[in-house]
Ligand binder design. Structure first.
Ligand code: SF4
Length: 205
């Protein structure tokens, strides 16, 4: 298989498995998505979805979140881990959104990355899923898949992201990153994988 054939096969397989990939973090607008993605660091989407209803009942806008005490945010999000750090980031980033951006989430990578607790992956998720901008957030699942499929030798997610952006068509980036994450979670564990029965590797390797 040529590299082009590999890419086409992967996209077709993912499209067949996950024709309408849903955004796994519950949210109602760019701000609540940003909050949910910040909370998702080093925990599961399920855990985040359990705490956000109570958090958004108290504060679903930057103004309301900025007015909350860090300890009160922390007590609501405690089960997600790193609660104090995440609570402080949420309060500070909300304050900055009010002060610098009229209480709106900016649709620009540089501005998003300047907010506390927001790295490139978080900013990319918000750009892709809240604003529909072509971005390719790469997490450990996508990083591992790209290596195992021989499509990247990137030593970190930033380098792997560059390979994803080079190899996959731009107009597929948004659904594709969701499909890849879902496939990675369901089929591509760090250990004990089975290439003979894998929907992709059984044909690819
Ligand atoms: S066989 Fe499946 S689980 Fe293993 S590397 Fe390939 S895609 Fe991942």
């Amino acid at each position: 298989m040529t590299q082009h054939e590999k890419i086409v096969f992967i996209m077709e397989t993912l499209e067949r498995l996950y024709p309408l990939p849903a955004v796994p973090l519950q949210h109602r607008d760019p701000f609540t998505l940003l909050v949910a993605v910040v909370l998702s660091a080093q925990t599961t989407d399920v855990c985040v979805n359990r705490v956000t209803p109570a958090l958004f009942a108290r504060a679903a806008t930057p103004q309301a979140m900025a007015a909350m005490r860090v300890e009160d945010i922390e007590s609501i999000i405690r089960r997600c881990g790193l609660a104090h750090r995440k609570a402080a980031s949420l309060q500070q980033l909300s304050r900055l959104l009010v002060e610098r951006y009229h209480g709106r989430v900016p649709d620009c990578m540089e501005a998003l990355e300047s907010l506390p607790g927001v790295g490139r992956k978080t900013a990319s998720v918000v750009l892709a899923q809240a604003f529909g901008q072509p971005a390719f957030p790469v997490d450990t699942h996508i990083h591992r898949l790209m290596h195992r499929w021989g499509l990247s030798t990137g030593k970190n997610v930033r380098q792997t992201e560059a390979d994803c952006r080079r190899l996959f068509p731009r107009d597929r980036w948004i659904p594709l990153h969701l499909q890849l994450i879902r496939f990675g979670r369901e089929h591509c564990p760090a250990r004990n994988h089975h290439p003979q029965v894998c929907p992709v590797c059984s044909r690819l390797l």
